[in-house]
Ligand binder design. Structure first.
Ligand code: AMP
Length: 495
């Protein structure tokens, strides 16, 4: 094995890209970047094991931009800007986030990028498509809507990226993917990213990749060592009360609480609000605008709890979240890995707490098999006063490492937690202007831990690209999959 690459300059990337990288505050390639960029530049197909948060977007977009650069044109003619790279992402939020990054990396080049996703009026996306764009980020359903409306052509695609491929399969995108792949030129480079490597994913890779090189930055299905995992055994009918007590006791600044269904997400969010816990639900029944508003409020610290379904939470770009709670245990063990991967980023410590009721122990057993680890469990004890008596959620077990030294939050709670760690501010990512400095400031710290973790922390804002029209578009075709209202599976109703 050769020495790990620790300098962007040695990757051979074009000057305008290096300039954008420097401006983004990146000093060192993340492990996935160090591995993927040279291989992708050589034209290899890749199957990469990396979750969101590892720097995977730059890992695939920088080699694509570099390769496309000689073909870039400053002409205004749409014909000079055919779609040459197609990035498919499972959720609107992830698509927006990926686009946002690509736009940043391409800012000193004439290469154009665009994102299209469902849930907004398709007509608003057409003019930009018609102007011509080299890099298109899309959710599969909406891409096919555009194909049907003949608002784009995929005949010149040279690069295909399947981002969060495991999630695409979970969400039932296989038929859409097959249709899309049939529309692409056979001669192309394929880059597939997946947080987990199931047999299904391997089948997908066999079907669509051409002799891919396998790269992994961390053991697949591994959970981050920085995340302290723990579980409470709790009666179903006491779960909600216990959650409220847990939240109040911990005085947690920011927490994502996972539910299995849209219905339970909404119900729980309402219940928490009644208990004076500022929160919002984010799931597939919410409009794009509502989701972005909820996310922004969460990032800004205006609400401290975000109740989310697995689908909605995918790709959320949130910095250094200290706590994740699994309110309902997912029937899919991989979801657990994704869920708890929301915390413990960039070397910060995180806590993942699971509330397991009688019916869920079997699902949690599956999780433990997958992660090859026993999660410490204890019986939940409800206190009459509204504060749980269990001592183990407090100082003794909570990690003390700083989440983030920055503190410009105005809505910080001053709970009575005995654990100083929970009193520390969680720094939400804010806007574009503030993206660069904090990253720079954190880079030194990050580069040390990133090598160990195989990843970097989050920043950025999914709200960077907002689309106001609320009308659903694309009749007849399946646009974005959303979660089931009641079932445990993530069904895919038409929107
Ligand atoms: P991703 O996994 O692509 O979603 O990236 C996670 C976050 O890490 C994004 O906010 C990127 O801006 C940031 N990032 C990506 N590469 C680097 C790097 N080499 N150094 C520092 N931050 C990075």
């Amino acid at each position: 094995m050769s020495e790990p690459i620790t300098d962007f300059n040695t990757l051979g990337l074009a000057e305008p890209l290096l300039k954008a990288i420097i401006e983004s505050g990146y000093t060192t390639p993340t492990p996935i970047q160090a591995q993927a960029i040279p291989l992708a530049l050589q034209g290899n197909d890749l199957m990469a094991g990396a979750q969101t948060g590892t720097g995977k977007t730059a890992a695939f977009s920088l080699p694509i931009l570099h390769t496309l650069l000689p073909l870039a044109s400053s002409s205004t003619s749409p014909a000079k800007h055919p779609i040459r790279a197609l990035v498919l992402a499972p959720t609107r939020e992830l698509a927006i986030q990926v686009y946002d990054n690509i736009k940043t990396y391409a800012k000193h080049t004439p290469l154009r990028s665009l994102v299209v996703y469902g849930g907004v009026d398709i007509k608003t996306q057409t003019p930009a498509l018609k102007n011509g764009v080299e890099i298109l980020v899309a959710t599969p359903g909406r891409l096919l809507d555009h194909v049907e409306q003949k608002t784009l052509s995929l005949s010149q695609v040279q690069f295909l990226v399947l981002d969060e491929a495991d999630r695409m399969l979970d969400m039932g995108f296989m038929p859409d993917l097959k249709r899309i792949l049939a529309l692409l030129p056979k001669q192309r480079q394929n880059l597939m990213f997946s947080a987990t490597f199931s047999d299904e994913i391997k089948k997908l890779a066999d079907a669509f990749l051409n002799n891919p090189t396998l790269i992994e930055v961390a053991r697949s299905n591994a959970t981050n060592e920085n995340v302290e995992q723990k579980a409470y055994l709790v009666n179903t009918d006491q779960k909600q009360r216990f959650l409220v007590q847990l939240l109040k006791q911990q005085a947690t600044q920011q927490v994502i609480i996972f539910t299995k269904t849209k219905l339970s997400a909404s119900k729980l969010a309402r219940a928490l609000e009644r208990d004076q816990i500022p929160c919002s639900a984010i799931h597939g029944d919410k409009t794009q605008k509502e989701r972005i508003e909820a996310l922004d409020a969460f990032k800004a610290g205006a609400i401290s709890a975000l109740v989310a379904t697995d689908v909605a939470a995918r790709g959320l770009d949130i910095t250094d979240l200290p706590l994740v709670i699994n309110y309902e245990i997912s029937t899919s063990p991989e979801d657990y890995v994704h869920r708890i991967g929301r915390t413990g980023r960039a070397g910060a410590k995180g806590i993942a707490i699971s509330l397991i009721d009688e019916d869920e122990t079997k699902y949690f057993d599956e999780i433990e098999k997958l992660i090859k680890k026993q999660v410490p469990k204890e019986k939940a004890v409800l206190a009459e006063s509204g504060v749980p008596r269990s001592s183990s959620t407090r100082a003794s077990t909570a990690p003390r490492t700083s989440v983030n030294p920055r503190s410009n939050m105005t809505t910080r709670k001053t709970g009575k937690s005995e654990d100083a760690w929970f009193q520390q501010p969680y720094q939400p990512s804010t806007d574009h202007a503030s993206k660069q400095l904090p990253m720079k400031a954190q880079n030194n710290k990050r580069k040390v831990v990133a090598a160990l973790l195989g990843g970097f922390g989050f920043k950025g804002s999914a709200a960077a690209v907002t689309a106001s029209p609320k009308k659903q578009a694309g009749k007849g075709r399946k646009p974005e999959p959303v979660e089931s209202n009641t079932s445990t599976s993530e069904a895919l109703p038409q929107s």
